[in-house]
Design a protein around this ligand. Structure first.
Ligand code: PMP
Ligand code: GLN
Length: 398
């Protein structure tokens, strides 16, 4: 048989699917793949159900139903003071995943360089490579995830076309500060390039931290493609509704990429998300507050068990150093043993790094779960650690 696409052949199955399958196989509590275990708001669900039955089930407009484009524009104005034309500056996609690919397609030509920041979400690197562009990786490392400014500046050059920035970050929970964003904005402008801003966790921020879109910085309105996800904002990760906000000079090209990828996105879900985005401030504050308390619960529980818990300012995830509990294998071995022996699944943070010598002693736990499940997971981990300390079987001691 002839050879198939080499890049895809060398791309493994995503770590989220791998770990979820392992969790199912071992009947483990799945704190790996990030998805809530309760449905999103009832009125949003009802709106989707109602919309199925009112006769608008054929292809919706290419860039999204008008209600949702208007709602995305209104949300930009309400949360960030960004004025957006719903007719020409919003593109609705099938999830942020598609949006990321569409935005990269919109600006990258073969040979262009694209700055990516590790740890990175699993689709970034393969898509950049598929487009024939050249990734320039810059690394954030635990425990502080500080932006190495010199290295970032060095990653930009005459061939740089774009940077892809994820804030609030997965798996870091990092929210870029206004000073860091100003530094990035300066680089983007000096090198005359674009920024693709993966802001799917924009509404999941804690401890008074506020998400600042790079697009709101001076000079950045025309250079940024800002990506949101209804999956995260409404705890409906299976819906796969994403939205790109971009200047009209860019949004048209993003729409062409969307035209090639999926063309349209289910209209009933789009219309329900429009209802969701119009929800009152209490909804958005409540979402953050609920997740913050789960973050606290998980972080405190892991710390009490002896893990080196890292700060998480936003997102669904908290990461922890596994060495302090006496685990001497790497994070992959830890997550494997945790799943098989403790019946709890986490994701190895090294999976978010592409280059060599990645940090290899941190596990990412998704805390977007009911409190009782988090407690049960912590109890299982505690019991497992005790068994290990008491001297388990050879297979239990890494
Ligand atoms: N970017 C990041 C950083 C994410 O964590 C996720 C969640 N899976 C996505 C993009 C994709 O979002 P969606 O499910 O809307 O495609
Ligand atoms: N964003 C989710 C996570 O990081 C998973 C998305 C996926 O499974 N592709 O866990």
């Amino acid at each position: 048989m002839p050879s198939q696409n080499t890049l895809l052949a060398s791309t493994g199955t995503t770590i989220f699917t791998v770990m979820s399958a392992l969790a199912t196989e071992h009947q483990a509590i799945n704190l790996g793949q990030g998805f809530p275990d309760v449905d999103g708001p009832r009125d949003v669900l009802q709106a989707a159900a109602d919309a199925l039955f009112d006769g608008r089930n054929q292809y919706p407009p290419l860039t999204g139903v008008l209600e949702l484009r208007q709602a995305v524009a209104a949300a930009n104005a309400r949360f960030y003071g960004i004025t957006v034309d719903p007719a020409s500056e919003v593109v609705v996609t099938s999830g942020a995943t598609e949006a990321i690919t569409a935005c990269l397609m919109a600006v990258l030509n073969p040979g262009d360089e694209c700055v990516l920041i590790e740890p990175l979400y699993d689709t970034y690197l393969p898509v950049v490579k598929m487009l024939g562009a050249i990734p320039k990786l810059v690394r954030l490392t635990p425990p502080k995830w500080e932006l190495p400014r010199q290295e970032l500046a060095a990653a930009f050059g005459p061939k740089t076309k774009a940077i892809l920035l994820n804030s609030p970050g997965n798996p870091t929970g990092k929210i870029f500060t206004s000073a860091e964003l100003a530094f990035i904005a300066d680089l983007v402008q000096r090198h005359d390039c674009f920024a693709i801003c993966d802001e799917v966790y924009e509404h999941l921020t804690f401890d008074g931290w506020r998400h600042i879109p790079l697009m709101t910085l001076p000079g950045m309105r025309e250079r940024c493609m800002r990506i949101g996800s209804a999956g995260k904002t409404f705890s409906l990760t299976g819906w796969k509704i994403g939205y790109v906000t971009a200047d009209r000079s860019l949004a048209g090209t993003v729409a062409k990429a969307h035209q090639l990828l999926t063309f349209t996105t289910p209209p009933n879900l789009q219309r329900a998300v429009a209802i969701g985005l119009a929800k009152d401030d209490a909804y958005f504050a409540g979402l953050s507050a609920a997740l913050e308390s789960k973050r606290d619960r998980m972080a405190a529980g892991l710390a009490a068990l002896g893990f080196g818990v890292l700060e998480a300012r936003g997102s669904y995830f908290v990461s922890a150093d596994v060495r302090p509990v006496g685990f001497h294998g790497d994070d992959v071995a830890f997550c494997q043993a945790l799943t098989v022996e403790a019946k709890v699944t986490a994701i190895p943070v090294s999976a978010f790094y592409a280059g060599p010598d990645a940090p290899a002693h941190y596990a990412r736990f998704a805390f977007c779960k009911q409190d009782a499940l988090l407690d049960e997971a912590l109890a299982r981990i505690g019991a497992w650690l005790q068994r290990r300390r008491a001297g388990g079987t050879a297979s239990q001691v890494a």
